[in-house]
Design a protein around this ligand. Structure first.
Ligand code: SF4
Length: 484
């Protein structure tokens, strides 16, 4: 447990404690006190462990603008760093990402570039101050450099578009975000009304975009698994998108599972104008695919890729997850050898994240996971494989509850990157989102901040509150300073 006299810092302190939680007894208590003077901030941490109390202090420069957004950010950073140093000393553990608990290390790097004026100094600072390991700092450096031609901060005239289709044919063990499992009849009955509701939101969003004075940027259809609703239903959605946003700059459908894609589905997507698709096996081990609740085999993945290959999509992405239950280094190696020869343009190497709302979290004893060191090696093998295929890393993010506190990295062949992924992860664009569970983002470029607005995940709730949700979205994007 961690407590503090400044509640604005509690979240950062809790997050830092969380990454060390497996190395500390549950009874560990930390009391944090911040004392601010005109010359310095003193963070005091009193750690109670097994009946013994110990006091640590961490001193940071005082900010004259403590109560501005920037001052608060620096104070949070110092509190987090202070606690990290305490816990590193107490547990003897160093972490690959050091004191970083946030999901976007490349965003921190850009902040540091602004502070120090130079990428090399920013990377050195990440290692020296934030304790990020050399290899992770080098990865951040590579990604920032690889994003150079595609990173578009402050492009206020366009907005990216996201469409969520929150259905799937069965539920994977680790899934936390799907809200409607189509193996249940009650959920299948929701598809038709959902499409009707979504089509309305798509049309109204096209009008909203015009009122906002924005042009459509990247268009991304995600889920769930969009292709799980069937060719005809998905066609209606894609057709409406094509009609409403004909000038979108890039069009991706995260079709995902091979058991939802046949020749008719892929050909329909191509005809609709989709440029980029994803085929995501997560592993090429049939026993693991069965265990995690997938209803397809590694052979189905190869077959689907073969069909997609003949359709001529601009880019095909594949997702893998390292650290799935029961997997060994040998199996990860086998998966990588199998995908290395496949015709893919992007590879995203994920680290398993055990989310609280997943079945994996509910039944941990049933599904033993590889340990952090093993997963670290698997992730590094994934990087070697991607580079061996001629790909380079171009985006990166971290999630809570990842094994070994590692990361997810997207790799791409030259000329094949997905700009939406960069826009999304680097938080550089407005996102106007449609559908249940989708999250809109409005940028306030002058203030270097954004606000988010989420649609409810529950499909029934989404449909019954659609009028209110559409009004709320208009208000969210049109209020205040945006040109109308
Ligand atoms: S395929 Fe994706 S959305 Fe569907 S259950 Fe698995 S993780 Fe969830």
């Amino acid at each position: 447990v961690v407590t503090t006299n400044d509640m604005r810092l509690l979240h950062e302190l809790e997050e830092t404690l969380r990454v060390f939680s497996t190395a500390l007894p549950e009874s560990a208590e930390i009391r944090h006190t911040l004392v601010r003077t005109s010359v310095k901030d003193v963070h005091t941490f009193i750690l109670s462990l097994s009946g013994i109390k110990k006091t640590y202090t961490y001193t940071a420069a005082s900010s004259q603008s403590q109560d501005t957004v920037e001052g608060l950010r620096l104070t949070r950073r110092a509190a987090k760093l202070g606690l990290y140093h305490v816990l590193r000393e107490v547990t003897g553990i160093t972490l690959p990402w050091g004191s970083l608990t946030g999901i976007r290390p490349t965003r921190l790097c850009r902040q540091l570039i602004r502070e120090y004026g130079d990428l090399n100094l920013a990377i050195e600072n990440m290692q020296d101050v934030f304790d990020v390991t050399y290899s992770k700092a080098a990865l951040v450096r590579d990604i920032v450099l690889n994003q150079a031609g595609f990173y578009r901060w402050g492009e206020d005239g366009i907005a990216d578009l996201y469409v969520g289709i929150p259905f799937c044919r069965s539920r994977c063990l680790y899934c936390s975000f799907m809200s409607a499992d189509l193996s249940r009849k009650s959920m299948r009955d929701l598809v038709e009304p959902y499409i009707e509701g979504l089509l309305r939101e798509i049309r109204e969003t096209a009008d909203l975009l015009k009122e906002m004075g924005k042009k459509p940027g990247c268009l991304y259809v995600g889920g769930g698994t969009p292709s799980s609703i069937g060719t005809e239903a998905l066609w209606r959605v894609l057709n409406a998108l094509q009609e409403c946003f004909p000038s979108a700059m890039e069009w991706t459908v995260e079709s995902g599972r091979p058991d939802t894609m046949d020749e008719a589905m892929l050909s329909m997507m191509k005809d609709a104008g989709v440029e980029r698709i994803s085929i995501n096996p997560q592993t090429m081990q049939n026993n693991t695919l069965r265990l995690i609740g997938r209803r397809h085999t590694a052979e189905d993945v190869i077959r689907t890729l073969d069909i997609a290959g003949h359709m001529g999509f601009q880019s095909v992405n594949m997702d893998l997850i390292m650290g799935l239950p029961g997997e060994t280094i040998k199996q990860a190696e086998d998966t990588l050898r199998k995908i290395e020869v496949l015709p893919i343009d992007n590879l995203t190497v994920h680290t398993l994240s055990v989310k609280r709302s997943s079945r994996l979290h509910e039944f941990p004893d049933r599904y033993p996971l590889p340990d952090a060191e093993t997963v670290k090696e698997m992730v590094s093998m994934g990087e070697d494989a991607a580079r061996g295929m001629g790909m380079f890393p171009y985006y990166l993010y971290r999630q809570k509850y990842m094994t070994g506190n590692l990361e997810n990295v997207g790799y791409s062949l030259p000329g094949k990157i997905c700009c939406y992924n960069i826009d999304m992860m680097e938080e550089t664009h407005h996102i106007v989102a449609m559908g249940a569970g989708s999250i809109s983002r409005r940028m306030y470029f002058d203030e270097d901040r954004h606000e988010r607005l989420a649609n409810p995940k529950n499909v029934d709730y989404y449909l019954s509150h659609l009028n209110t949700l559409l009004d709320r979205k208009r208000e969210f994007f049109l209020k205040g300073t945006v040109k109308v």
